[in-house]
Design a protein around this ligand. Structure first.
Ligand SMILES: [Zn+2]
Ligand SMILES: [Zn+2]
Length: 162
């Protein structure tokens, strides 16, 4: 039987391909099944150990700091799983839209980060605790002080409605 020769690059690519496809770090056995490797010898030859091979391919299991789910990532990646990262980006996108619509100004006191060094937050017009919706129409820009002071009082006379 002719022995197949594997290059180091090929092995790394195979590991990465597996990681992308399944979103997890493969075991030797799983990779053998998926790729066409007779055994882990080619990996040992280039990397010394299976764990080293995984590390070089950037396949490391992390636990998401938000939901604690295990996900695959490289050591430079954010500490959030892809789903949490996506949710975070979606939230930041929406937050920006609200700030932009409200001219980056607190809609209660009229202060802005640029002039008054306040920190802006997204507030619910109708509080979540009182059945307020999660929609851009129910969001309003508030500085952190107004937001804390307001708590879950429903205020209808803010700048947007005057
Ligand atoms: Zn997560
Ligand atoms: Zn304010």
């Amino acid at each position: 039987m002719k022995r197949k020769l594997y290059s180091k690059l090929y092995l790394l690519e195979e590991l990465k391909r597996y990681g992308d496809k399944f979103g997890k770090v493969p075991t030797v056995r799983e990779l053998k099944k998926e790729g066409d490797f007779p055994n882990e010898k080619p990996f040992l030859k280039y990397f010394g150990s299976w764990a080293n091979a995984l590390r070089e391919a950037g396949l490391v299991n992390f636990n998401c700091i938000r939901c604690n789910k295990e996900f695959i990532g490289d050591s430079h990646a954010a500490k959030h799983c892809p789903e949490c990262r996506k949710r975070q980006h979606a939230y930041l996108g929406l937050r920006f839209k609200v700030f932009n619509r409200d001219n980056f100004t607190c809609q209660y006191c009229g202060r802005s980060p640029l002039k008054d060094k306040v920190v802006l937050e997204v507030d619910h017009i109708h509080p979540k605790s009182k059945g307020g919706e999660e929609s851009i129409d129910n969001y309003i820009t508030a500085c952190s002080e107004c937001n804390i002071g307001k708590r879950d009082i429903i205020i209808t006379r803010h700048k947007r409605f005057i």
